[in-house]
Design a protein. Structure first.
Length: 53
């Protein structure tokens, strides 16, 4: 299972890492908001960590 978000979405990043996702790809400069550049992030679920929850 995969999911993606952008580096400015800190709450989502914390949540998906907590349930076992690991960052596997980063696209630098994916989005610009109010003049600030953010990266695009791709995560993959670590099934063993997920099962341990």
């Amino acid at each position: 299972v995969y999911t993606e978000t952008w580096s400015g979405n800190e709450r989502v990043i914390g949540l998906i890492e907590k349930i076992g996702f690991k960052e596997i790809q980063r696209e630098v400069g994916f989005r610009i908001v109010d003049g600030i550049s953010y990266d695009g992030l791709l995560f993959k679920l670590n099934i063993e960590k997920f099962k341990a929850l």
